[in-house]
Design a protein around this ligand. Structure first.
Ligand SMILES: *[C@@H]1O[C@H](CO)[C@@H](O)[C@H](O)[C@H]1NC(C)=O
Ligand SMILES: *[C@@H]1O[C@H](CO)[C@@H](O)[C@H](O)[C@H]1NC(C)=O
Ligand SMILES: *[C@@H]1O[C@H](CO)[C@@H](O)[C@H](O)[C@H]1NC(C)=O
Ligand SMILES: *[C@@H]1O[C@H](CO)[C@@H](O)[C@H](O)[C@H]1NC(C)=O
Ligand SMILES: *[C@@H]1O[C@H](CO)[C@@H](O)[C@H](O)[C@H]1NC(C)=O
Ligand SMILES: *[C@@H]1O[C@H](CO)[C@@H](O)[C@H](O)[C@H]1NC(C)=O
Length: 391
């Protein structure tokens, strides 16, 4: 019969051996390698999963003090971490062709999320939900929703090219760098019910959006090629740089009656059904230029009293320019450029791009600040896709 003392010593020895395995970065090359770590509660380093792993399970792991990185494991079908609460570093997954199950029911804190090309991943099993991550990039997945990503604050939040994504509803209070939601499902309903401020916001190809508490955009905000008809920003007061609505072909109404200042360009272009601009009853200051082109029948900016740049309004419809002619002659519009013209066969934005009533409304290739950023992210995407193919 084994004595208690011998049993305790043996247990300590086993724990010691296991701890040594858990105390450093690990590379898991085969399914068997993972079982050697099955008793670790904490791994004090990075966990790198190799291409040959087909299923991954860490039954007792609670904390990874470094990164969790899974790249190119094309046979990996499931990742199961029932106790994992925290990944202190980056959680990277890339090119996991058949990964269908990602179960981390206890996970709440992650340094950052970067998930690229996970074509079989349709949902997350994140029961508690991730509430802390400094940046999130989710691109080219089959996710239908982001249920399980419950962040309240982030530096960057970039969700693009997830063609099955139909809902994004995240309780972010602020985004200190960029918030981008682009090229997902065409009817994506994108809600940020708690968002108060963000540095940049770019929303492209969404079906509906909601920003009920958005008060301030420190840099630029752009809505491009979306499919919604109306949008309102009931709390928005200030945009630090440009404010742009381009190529939203169903758009009929935008309301931001508390918006007082736009630091850069105030632009509407290629919104082929947008005829009445009357939802900006408090707009006083535009630090750049006012650039409105399209099918306007009526436009009014009743409080506008300081435009530091020029003014361009071109429309294919009959238009009464009296209000803006008066602002030009009264010195409200300081820039040299001034155009206000109706009944044009082609209405152009001040960069010269056409914005006619019959236009296709493609938003690519513009040079203006707001859409330029979106152009850059498209380029970055192509680079990511190319890199994935090469790897
Ligand atoms: C950012 O949002 C979070 C969540 O709403 C809030 O707790 C925090 O105070 C905000 N930070 C700033 C600087 O606004
Ligand atoms: C915000 O967007 C502008 C271009 O519109 C870009 O110059 C700037 O670097 C962006 N800032 C952040 C923090 O992403
Ligand atoms: C989008 O979501 C918001 C908030 O959940 C909801 O109020 C709105 O009706 C939804 N829009 C559509 C088109 O389903
Ligand atoms: C953005 O503006 C908000 C409100 O004015 C402010 O609280 C926040 O600190 C600003 N963020 C940055 C990154 O400057
Ligand atoms: C648009 O302007 C015309 C006159 O140019 C005016 O008769 C009409 O009531 C206006 N419509 C709206 C919705 O303001
Ligand atoms: C409007 O659409 C035209 C034609 O597709 C394009 O050349 C132009 O750059 C667009 N302008 C803006 C500001 O989006």
């Amino acid at each position: 019969m084994i004595s208690l003392r011998r049993f305790v010593l043996a247990a300590v020895a086993v724990a010691g051996a296991v701890n040594a395995q858990c105390d450093k970065s690990v590379e898991i090359k085969s399914d068997g390698d993972a079982s050697a770590l099955s008793s670790c509660n904490t791994i004090r380093g990075d966990v790198t999963i190799g291409e040959g792993v087909t299923s991954l399970s860490f039954p007792s792991l609670q904390t990874i003090e470094g990164d969790l990185s899974i790249k190119g494991a094309v046979g990996l079908t499931s990742v199961d971490c029932p106790m994992l609460r925290q990944i202190e570093g980056d959680f990277v997954m890339q090119g996991l062709t058949v990964l269908a199950t990602l179960s981390m029911p206890e996970l709440t804190k992650v340094g950052s999320i970067s998930w690229t090309t996970l074509p079989a991943l349709g949902q997350l099993t994140f029961t508690k939900g991730v509430t802390e991550a400094s940046s999130v990039l989710i691109t080219d997945t089959n996710l239908g929703s982001l249920a399980g990503i419950n962040l309240v604050t982030a530096k960057t939040f970039n969700i693009n090219n997830n063609k099955y994504l139909s809902t994004v509803n995240v309780a972010l209070g602020n985004v200190s760098e960029a918030l981008s939601v682009e090229f997902n499902g065409k009817s994506l309903n994108c809600s940020f019910p708690q968002l108060v401020w963000a540095t940049n916001i770019t929303i492209r190809e969404a079906g509906d959006i909601s920003f009920p508490k958005l008060t301030s955009v420190n840099n630029s905000i752009a809505f491009i090629q979306n499919n919604f008809e109306t949008v309102s920003f009931p709390e928005l007061e200030k945009v630090g740089q440009s404010f742009a609505f381009n190529s939203n072909t169903k758009l009929t109404k935008v309301t931001a009656n508390d918006l007082v200042s736009v630091g850069g360009t105030f632009q509407f272009a290629n919104n082929t059904k947008f005829q009445t601009l009357d939802g900006f009853r408090s707009l006083k200051t535009v630090g750049g230029s006012v650039d409105l082109s399209g099918t306007f029948k009526n436009a009014t900016l009743p409080e506008l009293d300081d435009v530091r740049g020029g003014f361009n309004l071109q429309t294919t419809e009959e238009f009464d320019c009296a209000e803006f002619d008066k602002k030009k002659s009264g010195g409200v519009i300081k820039g040299d450029e001034y155009t206000c013209k109706g009944k044009l066969s082609e209405a152009k934005s001040s960069e010269g791009g056409a914005s006619t009533s019959g236009g296709s409304g493609s938003g690519s290739g513009q040079k203006n600040a707001a859409t330029g950023r979106a152009g850059i992210s498209t380029f970055a995407l192509i680079a990511v896709v190319a890199a994935t193919l090469i790897l």
